[in-house]
Write a protein that binds this ligand. Structure first.
Ligand code: ZN
Length: 330
């Protein structure tokens, strides 16, 4: 078995050498076809003009990224009536003209991108980033979903094969009768992915009663985001109502009320105990600092005696109050 067939290269491409550079497999490949067809007139010619090299990324081999260096040629077009005098050798189907990536790698990236929204591809040995994969996927999408008849005014129905990511048909309106009639002519339909409206639901029931109806991913996300927004609005309202009730109660006691931005869930008993213990320790330490201050000791000396930082001692002395009475940072 030749290296070319082992790597799945098309006929007419021959492997010259391999090299491993920085974990990338560099493969030198030469075109061996005797002649090439002019892209202008399709006439075949064997008159070589010059040689040059092209670089292209290819599908991974043994978990390694592959870079092909293709030794190809330019040909003279021998057809006198053809406007092209010189053309570059075509490796159609394997490598598009001007492409930097082989067709098979391009298809692999697109498939991975569509299946994983770009996340997985960047971890595989295909040497591409997540954004680059997403760009390819977006390119596919824009190629096949431009369906506006008259923007914002005239709406149609687009029928998409979600497994192959291809548009099947366009319907001139979005009436349920039209969609149902189309579905009746396609008994192979097993699932109908649709929006949340009743029109397409009844169209699917009438036209494809055998199919399971599911909500489209976009509409699932939309429903979820609306539900979360409603929940948050309700919780905020409940918190504000509770806040106002507490305000009335504390005003009677003359306490200051914690504004809603500082609201926190109630603490557990064990947490409360820990806080109270630490607070008592700090209070005792503060009294020791005060006592030593009265003896005329400097902050540095107090810090040394109590095993504290001099900066903390100075801070406590400057504030002139017990540390816990300071407001907490929010
Ligand atoms: Zn030509």
């Amino acid at each position: 078995m030749s290296f070319s067939s082992l790597l799945g290269l098309p006929a007419g491409l021959q492997v010259l050498s391999f090299d491993l550079v920085n974990k990338v497999l560099i493969i030198q490949v030469a075109s061996t076809a005797c002649e090439s067809a002019c892209p202008g007139c399709q006439c075949h010619t064997s008159r070589i003009h010059s040689h040059y090299t092209r670089k292209a990324a290819d599908v991974a081999c043994g978990g390694r990224q592959v870079r092909l260096i293709l030794h190809v040629r330019k040909f003279f077009c021998t057809n006198r009536d053809c406007p092209r005098k010189i053309f570059t050798e075509r490796l159609t189907a394997f490598l598009e003209p001007w492409a930097r990536v082989t067709t098979r790698l391009s298809q692999e990236i697109e498939a991975i991108g569509l299946a994983t929204c770009g996340r997985l591809g960047s971890r595989l040995s295909i040497g591409t980033s997540r954004t680059s994969i997403l760009r390819r996927v977006m390119k596919l999408a824009t190629k096949t979903t431009d369906i506006s008849f008259r923007r914002g005014r005239t709406f149609g129905t687009v029928l998409v094969d979600l497994q192959r990511h291809q548009i099947l048909d366009l319907l001139a309106d979005r009436q349920k009768e039209t969609a149902a009639a189309w579905m009746k002519t396609h008994p192979e339909i097993t699932h109908v992915s649709r929006d949340r409206g009743s029109e397409y639901a009844s169209a699917a029931s009438a036209g494809a009663s055998q199919a399971i109806q599911v909500a489209a991913r976009f509409h699932v996300a939309k429903t979820l985001s609306e539900a979360v927004q409603q929940l948050l609005a309700r919780v905020l309202l409940e918190m504000k109502t509770a806040d106002q009730g507490a305000e009335a109660a504390t005003q009677a006691r003359g306490d200051s009320l914690l504004p809603i931005e500082h609201w926190r869930p109630a603490q557990e008993e064990s947490v409360k105990l820990t806080i109270a213990t630490r607070r008592a320790e700090r209070q005792e330490r503060y009294q020791q600092v005060l006592g030593l201050c009265e003896q005329g000791l400097r902050s540095q000396e107090i810090a040394l005696r109590l095993g504290m930082k001099a900066r903390t001692v100075r801070e406590w002395r400057n504030i002139g109050v017990a540390p816990d009475t300071r407001p907490r940072r929010t």
